[in-house]
Design a protein around this ligand. Structure first.
Ligand code: KG4
Ligand code: ZN
Length: 332
């Protein structure tokens, strides 16, 4: 089954063509970073307007790069939520209109499920059940994944998402937006043991997280040592990154052990973080667990993962209808 995926939940306009939920024929992602960069974060109204401009060219590029005709598409899958309502509406309305006008089945799917299923776009995907750590700009959660259509939440952040903490620390230090990539690059030059930041929730046996305390600790450190900021900056971000990575790695390994799952997936934008990938791999190996991490291009928002989820829904006859709408927040 050839599925066209559409994703516009935040600040990336994406379209992809995927065969049977596993083989990517094309995956086009148009980023709005330049638009939001001056504001240090995503401006929802600007995001919606940019999606409107980009959606048709991005869709056309995905079809062109897949080297198929429109008539070869069997179905359409689109992100329904969670995300920014104005942004979601652009992709959702486009997908709905395209499917309706061509008489194709279509399905609206969860963006979070998209990230979780991104490991199926790589060779050697995990067998069910597995535990997944989803770390992105909007979410930090651990799931027990039973099938392509069934995942249960084991724990989540009580405040900031991990990616949000990276972005906020970058902003505090005037490093730019989005902060994750910038912070992780700078952290490679620093000593992670020089400045030790708090590791919230590390002593708890549940699978919840809290990152606002680490962020506040970094802020306090900056206020306290303004004079040596320039020479200290790489050590600050390295210490911050290490604290976040340690908590994330500890919790996902514990979740796998408690749920007796020998397979772990690490997904979402923050899964692109080199230190996190390395640490989780290392800890998993030490416990005899198998780790599945998508390639960096599939960690951030993309439409291939949406097409992958859609395939499994459509295969089971689950489709959306004209009256279905987007949602900003909803559990998976
Ligand atoms: O999954 P994603 O593209 O969008 C959401 O669904 O939120 O994740 C974006 C987040 C941003 O907060 C960004 O700073 C973070 O992922 N990120 C990283 C890295 N690359 C992106 N965080 C840490 N290290 C990175 N290398
Ligand atoms: Zn995402």
């Amino acid at each position: 089954m050839i599925i066209l995926g559409i994703e516009t939940s935040c600040d990336e306009t994406a379209a992809a063509v995927v065969i049977d939920g596993t083989r990517i024929l094309s995956s086009v992602v148009s980023s709005q970073i330049d638009v939001h960069h001056p504001y240090g974060g995503v401006v929802p109204e600007l995001a919606s307007r940019k999606h409107i401009e980009a959606i048709v060219p991005v869709f056309q590029q995905a079809i062109r790069e897949a080297a198929i005709g429109l008539d070869q598409i069997d179905a359409v899958a689109v992100t329904r939520g969670p995300g920014l309502i104005g942004s979601l509406l652009v992709g959702f309305s486009f997908a709905k209109a395209l499917a309706m006008s061509r008489g194709l089945p279509w399905v609206g799917v969860s963006h979070l499920k998209g990230h979780i299923d991104s490991v199926f776009l790589e060779p050697d995907p995990p067998p069910f059940p597995y535990v997944a750590l989803l770390v992105s700009g909007g979410h930090t959660s651990i799931y027990h994944v039973n099938s392509h259509t069934d995942a249960s939440l084991l724990g989540q952040t009580r405040d900031d998402a991990a990616g949000e903490a990276f972005d906020k620390v970058a902003k505090m230090l005037g490093l730019g937006y989005p902060g994750g990539g910038i912070v992780s690059k700078l952290a490679e030059k620093g000593d992670p043991d020089k400045i030790k930041f708090t590791r919230p929730y590390l002593n708890r046996s549940d699978f919840d997280f809290s990152f606002s305390g680490i962020k506040t600790a970094v802020n306090r450190y900056i206020q306290k040592h303004p004079d040596r900021l320039k020479e200290n900056i790489s050590n600050i971000v390295a210490g911050f990154q290490e604290a976040v990575v340690e908590v994330l790695a500890y919790k996902i390994i514990n979740a796998a052990v408690e749920k007796q799952c020998v397979h772990i997936a690490l997904v979402g934008g923050v899964a692109a973080n080199r230190r996190l990938r390395e640490k989780v791999r290392h800890e998993a190996r030490a416990k005899g667990l198998n780790i599945h991490i998508p390639s960096v291009g599939l960690c951030g928002d993309n439409a291939a993962m949406i097409a992958a989820v859609g395939y499994h829904y459509l295969k089971r006859g689950i489709v959306s209808g004209l009256k279905d709408d987007v949602y900003s927040r909803q559990p998976i």
